[in-house]
Ligand binder design. Structure first.
Ligand SMILES: [Zn+2]
Length: 118
């Protein structure tokens, strides 16, 4: 049951606040800001308000959840929602996504809109 991960993790420009020290292993993963499930091995630190819009706060997210957000909303919309994930979840697209992703592995990485060959 070898896990297959590249040696180089995903490089996101939001990926800048991850703790990588020893001892961090005993900490439970943070809950995802969007879907509220625990994060997996990859935690994306997402700026709810885009950095380009002056956002400074970061929240933990699954890669797939961030992907969903940034493909669903424009920066302007994200700025309007700000730090209120509950508001985002009222959006039918997000509501549907959260319901769908709730059965997936925390490290599930579907390429949205892209077929994966096995
Ligand atoms: Zn999530």
């Amino acid at each position: 049951m070898a896990r297959k991960y590249g040696k180089h993790g995903p490089r996101e420009d939001t990926f800048d606040a991850v703790e990588d020290g020893e001892g961090a292993e005993s900490l439970p993963p943070p809950d995802c800001w969007l879907c509220e499930r625990p994060c997996g091995e990859t935690v994306i630190w997402h700026h709810p308000v885009p950095k380009s819009r002056g956002g400074r706060d970061t929240v933990p997210m699954h890669p797939i959840c961030q992907n969903m957000l940034i493909t669903t909303f424009t920066n302007s919309e994200l700025q309007r929602y700000g730090l209120d994930a509950a508001l985002l979840r009222l959006d039918p697209r997000i509501e549907k996504f959260v319901a769908w992703v709730s059965n997936k592995d925390p490290d599930f990485k579907a390429a949205l809109g892209k077929k994966k060959q096995r």
